[in-house]
Each structure stands twice: as structure tokens, then as C-alpha cells.
Design a protein around this ligand. Structure first.
Ligand code: NAD
Ligand code: TYD
Length: 352
């Protein structure tokens, strides 16, 4: 039997990570090692369809545990790392910033250190690929786009922790010669997203005829990308991206939150057989998020030009597919809307 090189994917049980793991297990010549601590956001049900594949292995572990990480790198001799593990929700970062510093900064530096120590003297063909966010660039006014050379200006504890981790990746490249790539992506949506983020939360609440909490006046703008398109971009960058390069990934798809929620209401009314307008009645304006970034918008022309990547779906089509997935996977939604999630949900929303 062919022995494939090992690749480490961190955070592979999460939303984006599970789509990346599935693609690499199905398409690549790697043995995919998925390292995940299974926090509230990690769900192995996301990968039940590929868990028995020969070129897949799950390892439960914490990227903050440096001894464990060092040993893992020694044991597996990873050819590359795709690092997605993170605390990823802005609202949680406002309630508990320390957890974000631990996982996103310290955890990333532990991985960088282990890669440097294990790979030193043998960097050829290796790659540390760090998955980041457009939020590191801060908040835009009505005009302009984030490019790869936009100065960092993070505004939330989440984006500050991701910005810090990006800086450490570049510092390890500059100081130790560690081969790296970074990509910064806009807001993702699609199957398997934990229902604390805007789109799956709204789908869940529309379905259950619960209030739809829109922060402030709903005028904040995000640039939405279907998760499969992000996973495809990651696969392409891993294969063809240049060492030390940064790639911005975005959907060319800006929406005001209120317009997005209204569109989702209309799509779901059609699917549920409700008279149009029924679900819009559930929209409830609530207290704004502290320090709420006004607008994110990515200029994705570099990845388009250099690697030939483009988003594959129109937004309405992507939303329809997403809603269908949540309808077809009721059990998944039931399984995650328990325990920690419900407690958080009560804590977070009851005073709004
Ligand atoms: P997610 O919250 O759904 O998943 C994160 C995963 O990391 C979970 O499986 C969790 O169990 C795991 N994890 C957390 N702490 C860990 C630890 N200490 N050790 C090991 N595993 C740990 O996140 P996501 O939305 O899939 O985002 C993945 C990555 O992509 C993150 O780095 C995030 O910053 C970045 N990103 C996300 C978006 C988005 O819209 N969701 C956009 C751009 C970039
Ligand atoms: P979110 O999905 O948390 O992503 P991010 O904060 O990383 O962009 O939120 C997307 C937008 O939706 C953001 O402007 C905040 C807003 N929002 C609401 O209006 N209501 C909600 O219940 C949530 C979760 C988000």
C-alpha cells in the first residue's frame, strides 16, 4: 500500500475545518491527521461520512499543550500544516477575551514552535499554512476594499488575537525561515456552521418561530462566501500558493445584515409554505454589539489572477443550499443546540 505523507489539519471538527478535511481526504495524496480539542464548536458528526477512510485519522488534543504538540510533530513528521483551530466568535471574545488569547495566540505559537523545532534543517517542501480572517484589517467606511497590503487595524478581541497570530507566523518566517502562507477570508456560511453565527442562528430561529435578533439597526455590512468555495481556495493555495505569500479570499458579495435577514426570511417562507412576510415579523432589533465593525469587503483579485480562483455560487443559490442542508439535518441541529450552547444563548441574549 502507498504511504502518503502526513498533513496536520487543526480545528478539523469545526465548521470550515470539516469541509477542508473532507476535500483533502477525498482529493489529495495526504494522510490527513485532524487535531481538534472538541470545544463547543467542534463536532465529529461533521465528518461521519469520511471517518473510516484509510487516509484519515482523528487526534483529540489541545494546541495550547506545548509538550503534547511537540511530541505529535515528532511522531508524525508532518509535511504540511493547515491551521484552522481557533476561538472564532466575536461575541464570545467580548465576554471572554483571555480564552481567545490562549487558543488563537498561544496555541498558534505552540504549533509554530513545534514546526520550527521539528523541521529545522529540512524546510524544503514543508509548509505552515495559517487560516486567518479579513477582520484583522479593521472596519471599512462605505467605500474601499481590504487588499493584501492593507494595514492591520483589529477592533475586537477576536480580531486582535487573530492579527497577533498572523504577526507571529510572519515573524517565524522572517526569523527562522519557516515556510508559511497566510490567507484572510471574509464571512463564511453554509452547512455545519454552529448556530451562534448570524445565518444558522436565523435559520434555526425562523424554523422555530423565535425572535430574530438583529444588532443595532442592521446596517452593518459583511462580504459572504459559501464555505465550500473557501475550502476549495484553501486546497488550491496549499497546492499552488507561493511561500511567504498572503491571499485575501472573499465573495464579492456584500450584504447589509437587515437585507440578508429579510432575504433569508423570504426564502424560508417559500420553503415552509408560509405566506410571504410571515417570518419578517420575527425580526427584533436588539442592543448593538460593543465596538461593532461597520463593514468588511475583500478585494480578492490576487487569488483570482494568480491562482484562477473564483466563488462558484450566487448568494441566493448558496443560501437555498444552506437552508436545505439545515432542513435535511434536523438531528445535527438538535444535537448542537444543547448544553453549553443553550447556557451561552440564555446568558447572551436574555438582557438584550
Ligand atoms: P469553528 O469555531 O467552527 O471551529 C473551530 C475548531 O477549532 C473547533 O472544532 C474547535 O473544537 C477547535 N479548537 C478550538 N480550540 C482548540 C484548541 N485549543 N485545540 C484544538 N482545537 C481547538 O471555526 P470556523 O468558523 O470553522 O473557523 C476556522 C478558522 O477560520 C478560524 O481560524 C477562523 O478564525 C477562520 N475564519 C473563519 C471565518 C468564518 O466566517 N467562520 C472567516 C474567516 C476566517
Ligand atoms: P457573525 O456571524 O457573528 O460574524 P462576524 O461578527 O464575525 O462578522 O455576525 C455577522 C453580522 O451579523 C455581524 O455584523 C453581527 C450581526 N449579528 C446580528 O445582527 N445578530 C446576531 O444574532 C448575530 C449572531 C450577528
Amino acid at each position: 500500500m502507498t504511504k502518503y505523507p502526513n498533513i496536520l489539519i487543526t480545528g478539523g471538527a469545526g465548521f470550515i475545518g470539516s469541509h477542508v478535511v473532507r476535500r483533502l481526504v477525498k482529493n489529495s495524496n495526504y494522510k490527513v491527521v485532524n487535531l481538534d480539542n472538541l470545544t463547543y464548536a467542534g463536532n465529529l458528526e461533521n465528518l461521519s461520512d469520511i471517518e473510516a477512510n484509510d487516509n484519515y485519522e482523528f487526534v483529540k488534543g489541545d494546541i495550547c499543550n506545548s509538550l503534547f504538540i511537540e511530541q505529535l510533530f515528532k511522531d508524525y513528521d508532518f509535511k504540511s500544516v493547515v491551521h484552522l483551530a481557533a476561538e472564532s466568535h466575536v461575541d464570545r471574545s467580548i465576554s471572554n477575551p483571555i480564552e481567545f488569547i490562549n487558543t488563537n495566540v498561544l496555541g498558534t505559537v505552540n504549533l509554530l514552535n513545534a514546526a520550527k523545532n521539528t523541521w529545522m534543517g529540512d524546510f524544503a517542501e514543508r509548509r505552515f499554512y495559517h487560516i486567518s480572517t479579513d477582520e484583522v484589517y479593521g472596519s471599512l467606511g462605505e467605500k474601499g476594499f481590504f487588499t493584501e497590503t492593507t494595514s492591520y487595524d483589529p477592533q475586537s478581541p477576536y480580531s486582535a488575537s487573530k492579527a497577533s497570530s498572523d504577526h507571529f507566523v510572519r515573524a517565524y518566517g522572517n526569523t527562522y525561515g519557516l515556510p508559511y502562507i497566510i490567507s484572510n477570508c471574509s464571512n463564511n456560511y453554509g452547512p455545519n456552521q454552529f448556530p451562534e453565527k448570524l445565518i444558522p442562528l436565523m435559520i434555526h430561529n425562523i424554523k422555530n418561530e423565535q425572535p430574530l435578533p438583529v444588532y443595532g439597526k442592521g446596517e452593518n455590512i459583511r462580504d459572504w462566501l459559501y464555505v465550500e468555495d473557501h475550502a476549495r481556495a484553501i486546497e488550491l493555495i496549499l497546492e499552488k500558493g507561493g511561500d511567504g505569500e498572503t491571499y485575501n479570499i472573499g465573495g464579492f458579495n456584500e450584504w447589509k445584515n437587515l437585507d440578508l435577514v429579510r432575504l433569508l426570511c423570504d426564502i424560508m417562507d417559500s420553503k415552509l409554505g408560509n405566506p410571504q412576510g410571515t417570518s419578517r415579523e420575527l425580526i427584533t432589533f436588539v442592543k448593538d454589539r460593543a465596538g461593532h465593525d461597520h463593514r468588511y469587503a475583500i478585494d480578492a483579485s490576487k487569488i483570482q489572477k494568480d491562482l484562477g480562483w473564483e466563488p462558484s455560487l450566487q448568494f441566493r443559490e448558496g443560501l437555498e443550499k444552506t437552508v436545505d442542508w439545515y432542513f435535511d439535518n434536523e438531528q445535527w441541529l438538535k444535537d448542537v443546540t444543547t448544553g453549553d450552547y443553550l447556557k451561552y444563548y440564555d446568558d447572551h441574549y436574555k438582557n438584550r
